[in-house]
Design a protein around this ligand. Structure first.
Ligand SMILES: C[S@@+](CC[C@H](N)C(=O)[O-])C[C@H]1O[C@@H](n2cnc3c(N)ncnc32)[C@H](O)[C@@H]1O
Length: 263
């Protein structure tokens, strides 16, 4: 996270005050007593808002976009689960999902967990690693709510595990007998999309997570530990992450997957 970014936590109503204070303490964030007050309600600062429904992150200021939160149960994520193309979709082909082959995946750049959820829906066991404690808190909240939804409960509980850590360090510590089949990377990249929703999310995500300038080091660590392959998601026209060239490239509608085979 950029050092100039200010984040506070606020309860949406007094009923969430105690829980918000507890979470703020765990995340090392100051408490803003209410949504509309406090020193943090300035341009370019963020509020993590706890409501009775969910945890969400808001950019404050006059032209701030709407909040971001993790929702595996509805909206675009649900649509993608139901109509996303199953094992034929580019992400599935990139990680090597085939008849009878369902690799386990370490998603080293979990973000809002969407790609990880797609892979879990397709049968993969996924470890999600996120270094931003704020994004990890949003993910934890989304996973908890999704685990209470009878339609996707088992996908969440049986196949998704969240760990807050820096993946470069985490990957270096993986023991030989624990190596994942696939390591998946989707580091930040400047948005080149016309979608207002994606732009809004990217603006908030980048403000919190930063630019992921250490992606080459993450790729280097991943290449040493993935049993079968490393997959990197890139915008269609972006160069590959600096390092060895990918073995193959799989084109998606909006993105490209660079695949580095390890065997
Ligand atoms: C573009 S987002 C990933 C979006 C994700 N694929 C999704 O479907 O929601 C990149 C995320 O990777 C995280 N990240 C980047 N480098 C990391 C590292 N070394 N360790 C852990 N997380 C990292 C950032 O904090 C950010 O949340």
């Amino acid at each position: 996270m950029s050092t100039s970014v200010q984040v506070a936590i606020a309860p949406e109503t007094p009923a969430q005050s105690i829980e918000a204070e507890r979470l703020g303490h765990r995340l090392g964030l100051p408490l803003s007593e209410s949504l509309a007050s406090g020193p943090f309600f300035e341009t370019k600062s963020y509020l993590l808002v706890l409501s009775c429904k969910r945890l969400e992150l808001r950019l404050t200021g006059p032209d701030a976009p709407g909040p971001i939160y993790v929702d595996f149960t509805g909206g675009p994520v649900r649509y993608r689960r139901e109509h996303g193309g199953g094992r034929r979709q580019p992400l599935a082909r990139a990680v090597g999902l085939k008849h009878g082959l369902t690799p386990n995946v370490l998603d080293a750049t979990a973000g809002l967990g969407r790609d990880a959820f797609v892979l879990a829906c397709l049968g993969c066991r996924v470890q999600l690693i996120e270094r931003s404690s704020i994004l990890a808190a949003l993910l934890e909240d989304g996973l908890r709510r999704a685990a209470a939804d009878s339609n996707i409960k088992s996908i969440i509980i049986d196949r998704m595990v969240l760990i807050r850590d820096n993946s470069i360090e985490f990957i270096k510590r993986i023991k030989p007998e624990e190596r994942p089949d696939v390591i998946y990377l989707d580091p930040m990249y400047p948005a080149r999309t016309k979608s207002a929703l994606v732009k809004k999310e990217m603006r908030i995500l980048r403000g919190i997570a930063g630019k992921d300038l250490d992606a080459p080091l993450l790729l280097e660590a991943a290449l040493k530990k993935a049993l079968k392959r490393v997959v990197v998601k890139r915008p269609s026209r972006a160069p590959a992450i600096s390092g060895p060239p990918p073995t193959l490239k799989i084109k998606g509608k909006k993105n490209r997957f660079d695949v580095y085979l390890n065997n």
